[in-house]
Each structure stands twice: as C-alpha cells, then as structure tokens.
Write a protein that binds this ligand. Sequence first.
Ligand SMILES: [Zn+2]
Length: 96
Amino acid sequence: MSGEINHAVNGAGTDAEARPQTLDAWFLDLLACPACPQHLPLHLVPLGEDGKTLNCQCGRYAFPVRDGLPILLVEEAALINPDATPDAVTAHPAES
Ligand SMILES: [Zn+2]
C-alpha cells in the first residue's frame, strides 16, 4: 500500500451527510462578487450531488462553497465565461 493522502476532491464524505449546510437568503444578499467593479450579487447554483457554487451575476466567475462557506476569492473562483464583461453593461457600444 503506497497510497498517499487522497484528498477528497469530490467532497464524498460521511461528515457532509450528517450536517447539511444551507445558505440563507439574507446571507446571500450580503455577498457580492469581489471580481466585479460593480460588486454584482451572487446566485447560488447547485453543483453536483451535494455541492454548491456561487455564480456572479456578470456570468464570469463561479465561486466555490466549502462546508457551507462561500469562498469569495478570485484566485479560487472558476472562470466560467471570460467573455462576460460587467463593464459592458454600462458601457456604450460604439457603433459607427
Ligand atoms: Zn463578477
């Protein structure tokens, strides 16, 4: 047996079953995307069987939720749509 520590990347553990974590709406309301200049609100999206992720309203980043705690770090976020530019929402497209 040369098995090293196998990090549970899937979060498959018995502890996760015992204590279901939920994020309340009022708590979600306090959260804002740290990557957006406008600090857009985040939406809780189910991910897999037990996982959750917080998608920014700009559609660019998805922030992980670990043990019921949202990880609002840009370096931890998944870039789900690099083309989504929150700046473009307010910017005037220059049409000629
Ligand atoms: Zn964002």
